[in-house]
Ligand binder design. Structure first.
Ligand SMILES: Nc1ncnc2c1ncn2[C@@H]1O[C@H](COP(=O)(O)OP(=O)(O)OP(=O)(O)O)[C@@H](O)[C@H]1O
Ligand SMILES: [Mg+2]
Length: 274
């Protein structure tokens, strides 16, 4: 019985009827319109939709950065209550985000060592010996193929865009959140480093049981990285399911259109052999 239970997928983050309306009257925008979802532990999920479909708005509600107009969010099966600043801070220990611009993620006046040390301290490692902290920083850097000794004493603006993206993942490695929300994390870098970054993130998800939510308008990318795909159109989830089911046998015309818009380059991934 215990074994059976351990095989069951555990819900990490779910929502019911989640809605966000901006403005009033004529100015009203229903950015997210009664969405239901269930993201499981250790799962890589993609939310795919065109510009303006409500992806970032949904992400902001999940992060507790904006309030919902209607509906509920459940974290690890419990209704999310982040009405006080203290509860919000408690919740933020479990959820991390990567946004479009890696430069915005860092305080440019902090050296890389202190960026990484902060993560160790946030995870309760303040009392670790200096040697232990260095060991953890080396481990985190080598997870993303960075050499800690080359970064030490540098500032984030002294890194290349690709190195900065990898440093961002090294931070996630140290923070070990239960949920990672990545809103177009790789838009700034070339295709091959992009694939590498995505591979690191999916590997981290599988190794630590972290739930990773990718937000993108690129259905090819979603197919490449995810277990589960949600398709978003004008604030609604119009189709969801396993990446194979949604992308190889799409039911909705909107999904079919997104697939047809994918540039030919993705044919190299050969969707037919699955
Ligand atoms: N603070 C706000 N006030 C008013 N309207 C907003 C606000 N934020 C977003 N919107 C509107 O909500 C809708 C959804 O926006 P959102 O940013 O969630 O889209 P998105 O799917 O993330 O798009 P993109 O792919 O371009 O990032 C849009 O019509 C947008 O104009
Ligand atoms: Mg967005």
């Amino acid at each position: 019985m215990a074994e059976i239970r351990s095989l069951e997928k555990k819900s990490c983050l779910s929502g019911s009827g989640l809605t966000k309306v901006f403005g009033f009257g004529n100015q009203k925008t229903v950015a997210v319109d009664h969405v239901d979802f269930n993201f499981y532990e250790g799962e890589v999920v993609s939310i795919v939709g065109e510009s303006g479909s409500g992806k970032t708005t949904l992400a902001k509600m999940l992060l507790g950065l904006i309030s919902s107009t209607e509906g509920e969010i459940y974290f690890q099966g419990k209704k999310l209550d982040i009405r006080t600043q203290r509860k919000k801070r408690e919740y933020w220990k479990n959820i991390q985000a990567i946004f479009q611009d890696p430069f915005s993620s860092y305080n440019i006046f902090n050296k890389i060592d202190s960026v990484l040390l902060d993560c160790i301290h946030m995870r309760g490692g303040r009392k670790f010996s200096h040697a232990k902290k260095v060991e953890l920083m080396i481990e985190a850097c080598s997870f993303v193929n960075l050499k800690f000794e080359e970064l030490t004493n540098k500032y984030p603006f002294e890194l290349s865009g690709g190195q900065m993206q990898r440093l961002m993942i090294a931070r996630i490695f140290l923070l070990k959140p239960q949920v990672l929300l990545a809103d177009e994390p790789t838009s700034m870098i070339d295709a091959s480093s992009r694939a590498t970054i995505l591979d690191y993130l999916t590997k981290l998800s599988k190794e630590t049981g972290m739930t990773t939510i990718f937000i993108t308008h690129d259905i090819g990318l979603a197919y490449y990285v995810s277990d589960t795909v949600y398709i978003m159109e004008r604030g609604k989830f119009v189709e969801s399911g396993s990446a194979d089911a949604v992308i190889l046998t799409p039911k909705e015309p909107y999904t079919q259109r997104l697939i047809n818009d994918v540039p030919k380059i993705y044919e190299a991934w050969d969707l037919s052999t699955v």
